[in-house]
Design a protein around this ligand. Structure first.
Ligand code: NAP
Length: 318
């Protein structure tokens, strides 16, 4: 596994990280047994993955904790806390008090069977929720860091709604975030101009999510997304209606699959440090890691993608 430095944290991890959320949640999202999900995490370890991301809301922390038993010292564990009060809408204004964040971390530590996490994020923060995070939650995060319960503080955007990174752009004006998680993929590469130049300049560790998601793994989802973009006048209608619009990615041996191209697209983007892959399948995991450690897409393919989608910032690919 190729190794990358995580911003200025001093951590070094494999470039492919395992995500335990998304629609798969290690397979829990579609009824996999706990044993099968544990197998996915253990296989990731065997394949050289050293960055593991989870979150309280995914309900996969216990699985990750169980699978990493005895190996904790070899890996970097990242988890997250919800910033709204339990049972309230995640986009709402009923925001968590600092005690809720502390209780969240304590509970995550038990589930993960560890005395500290390496990265603790505020999860899916919207632009209008950011000021509360700064005024009320960051001081608590810093206290918990001083107590040794977490090593680095992070923040993740809600890419499904905040597709043009408004929250992260605000967050990157501040200096306390060690790590950010940003949505980036070949259909919405807007982080390239809006986020990654700043994370690179400030040496903020950068984790990439949404590399594939539904649009790049399911042809029906892709079709419907492209038709929506055509409807909004953002891409050519004939292109959106064609039988195999992204066929140029797999023609003439460019890539074995759209998914392979999608992970490689992210992996070779300057500033993209860890590429998260979310799956409940050991076979998919193996394929995806192979893609992430494969070469850059050819220049002419990247130029073609830039012409088609370089201006898109209104969809996530969910
Ligand atoms: N705001 C946030 O904090 C936030 C939001 C979203 C995600 N995340 C983190 O980022 C991680 C990665 O995001 P993501 O889950 O959206 O991951 P992703 O890697 O972009 O997409 C995963 C989806 O693609 C499918 N897939 C993956 N590999 C495949 C393959 N080789 N063939 C066919 N289908 C394949 C998976 O289904 P299968 O299970 O069938 O493989 C899954 O539905 C999450 O797990 C989570 O840790 C964080």
């Amino acid at each position: 596994m190729q190794q990358v430095k995580l911003g200025s944290t001093g951590l070094e991890v494999g470039v492919a990280g395992l995500g335990s959320g998304g629609s798969s949640r290690l397979g829990q999202g579609y009824g996999a047994t706990k044993e099968s999900s544990i197998r996915v995490v253990k296989s990731a370890l065997d394949l050289g993955v050293t960055f593991f991301d989870t979150a309280a809301v995914y309900k996969t922390e216990e699985i990750v904790g169980e699978a990493l038993k005895g190996q904790r010292h070899k890996v970097v564990v990242s988890t997250k806390a919800q910033i709204v009060k339990p049972g309230t809408p995640s986009l709402g204004d009923d925001l968590a008090p600092p005690q809720q964040i502390r209780a969240g971390l304590e509970s995550s530590l038990v589930k993960l069977q560890t005395d500290h996490v390496d990265v603790f994020h505020l999860h899916g923060v919207m632009p209008h929720q950011y000021a509360h995070c700064v005024d009320h939650l960051v001081p608590e995060l810093l206290k918990m860091r001083d107590e040794g319960k977490l090593r680095f503080i992070g923040i993740t955007e809600r890419f499904i709604t905040d597709t043009d990174h408004e929250m992260l752009i605000k967050a990157l004006d501040d200096d306390f975030w060690d790590v950010v998680m940003v949505g980036f993929n070949l259909i919405n590469p807007s982080a390239r101009k809006r986020v990654l130049p700043v994370t690179r300049k400030k040496q903020v560790a950068t984790l990439i999510m949404f590399a594939v998601r539904a649009a790049l793994s399911k042809s029906e989802a892709l079709k419907s997304l492209l038709l929506d973009l055509a409807e909004q006048g953002q891409i050519d209608r004939k292109f959106a209606q064609s039988d195999n619009p992204l066929g140029f990615l797999t023609d003439r041996g460019v890539a074995p699959s759209i998914i392979d191209a999608a992970y490689r697209f992210c992996r070779h983007e300057p500033g993209a440090e860890v590429i998260l892959t979310g799956t409940g399948s050991v076979d998919h995991l193996r394929e995806n890691i192979n893609s992430i450690i494969s070469g850059r897409l050819p220049d002419e393919t990247l130029e073609h993608l830039e012409n088609l989608f370089g201006h898109i910032h209104t969809v996530s690919g969910n």
